[in-house]
Each structure stands twice: as structure tokens, then as C-alpha cells.
Design a binder for this molecule. Structure first.
Ligand code: PLP
Length: 226
């Protein structure tokens, strides 16, 4: 097992030029691989599973910024609340409320992204357009006081797994549109997390400023991921 140093340098160069953030998605990959990328200067890493994230957090350098990018169950928020840097996949108000509660317990404000369902597939999590509008409107109307221990920093979405690049592009454009319209200015609402190994170039062209790259950096994963 080894990381792809060449791919890393290439992608890092692209994101640096675009002022975008590269999140290296290390789920299922061993600590040594993460350490190797860390030694090249990478600090943002993404994980999908709570226990795996906690295990890695405990062992690896403390200046890593850990992103939780998977589907998060409310009853597990407490395990990552003390240290998580950004939670990408907030897909229900119940989850947002729990993150707020755990943020308060840990005496911190936890940065989050609202996940929006933009793909055709039924299985992908996220708010639809109406739900997103409803939630963001209520947050604005409460003057950001309804969830004081979370900061909604932007949106996250996943395009359809499709060879139809026009379709992927249209889905990213749609998410960027929702991002522009959401307008939650006082919470530092400025992150748009979209793009993975197969579609990050399209995503960056359509306004992404945060991409989540796994297999291009670490190689294919050995077991299927939800
Ligand atoms: C696994 C995963 C990624 C990385 O996928 P690759 O195709 O390996 O780059 C990005 N985002 C989410 C939400 C993921 O679950």
C-alpha cells in the first residue's frame, strides 16, 4: 500500500490555484498512508465511520483537521464532537440539533455543512430544495440563535454516479445555485463541498471550493462503502 504522490501534487496544485480546500478521504485506509500524506504537508482528512475516525484521531498528529463526510447518526455525534473540524453530511434538523447540543457540552461551536440531495439516485442522503429553504429561513429568522453551538458554513452534495458528464455538471450547477441563494451571511457561509475522484474537475469548474478525494490519492478501497 502506498499513496499516489504524483496525483497528490497534481490535485494539490489545482486546488491551491483555485483557493479550494483538498480533503483527503482516508476511510478504510491505514494510519501509515495518512501519515505519509501528512508528511507531504496535507492536513485536511475525511472519514466516514465514527469509530474509525476516533481511532485515527487518537493516534495521528493533533494538528490534523478531521472532516466527517459520511452519514452521521445522531447517537454517535458525542464521540466526535470534542475534536471534529467540519461535519459535511448534516441531512436532518434532528442531527443539527444534536450537534448543537454536543457543541454546548464541549463548549465549542461546531462547523457544519448541510447536505443537499442533488443526484438522481434515491439512496443518497440530504435535504431537498424546499427543506433546505425552510431550515435556512428559520435559522435566519431566529437571528442564528436557535442553534448557537453550530455554525452552518455551507453546503455539500454528491452528483449521480454517471458517465453522463453533462448531467453531473447540471447537478453541480444546481447545488451552486442553491448555495448562492441560501445566503446565511453572519455564519460565515462560504464553503461548497462538491467533487470526488471521478468528478472533481467538473465540480471545481462549477464553483466548488472544497473537494473530497479518496481513491485517486490512496488507491481503490478494499471493501464497499455505503
Ligand atoms: C468516499 C467518499 C468520497 C471519496 O470518494 P473517491 O471517489 O474515492 O474520491 C467523497 N465523498 C464522500 C461523501 C465519500 O463517502
Amino acid at each position: 500500500m502506498a499513496i499516489n504522490t504524483e496525483a497528490y501534487k497534481k490535485i494539490k496544485n489545482i486546488t491551491d490555484n483555485k483557493n479550494a480546500i483538498l480533503v483527503a478521504v482516508s476511510k478504510t485506509k491505514p494510519m501509515e498512508d495518512i501519515q505519509e500524506l501528512y508528511d507531504l504537508g496535507q492536513r485536511d482528512f475525511g472519514e466516514n465511520y465514527v469509530q474509525e475516525l476516533v481511532d485515527k484521531y487518537e493516534v495521528l498528529p493533533k494538528d490534523i483537521r478531521w472532516h466527517f463526510i459520511g452519514h452521521l447518526q445522531s447517537n454517535k455525534v458525542k464521540y466526535i464532537a470534542p475534536f471534529v473540524h467540519l461535519i459535511h453530511g448534516v441531512d436532518s434538523e434532528k442531527l443539527l440539533a444534536e450537534i448543537n447540543k454536543q457543541g454546548a457540552k464541549n463548549n465549542r461551536i461546531i462547523d457544519c455543512l448541510l447536505q443537499v440531495h442533488i443526484a438522481e439516485e434515491e439512496t443518497k442522503f440530504g435535504f431537498d430544495e424546499a427543506e433546505l429553504k425552510d431550515l435556512t429561513t428559520r435559522i435566519i429568522h431566529s437571528n442564528y440563535t436557535n442553534y448557537p453551538n453550530v455554525s452552518v458554513r455551507g453546503l455539500m452534495g454528491m452528483a449521480s454516479f454517471s458517465d453522463d458528464l453533462e448531467k453531473v455538471k447540471t447537478e453541480f450547477q444546481h447545488l451552486n445555485q442553491l448555495f448562492s441563494n441560501a445566503n446565511l451571511p453572519s455564519s460565515g457561509f462560504n464553503l461548497l463541498s462538491m467533487g470526488m475522484s471521478g468528478d472533481y474537475e467538473i465540480a471545481l469548474n462549477e464553483g466548488s471550493n472544497m473537494i473530497r478525494i479518496g481513491s485517486l490519492l490512496f488507491g481503490e478501497r478494499n471493501y464497499p462503502v455505503k
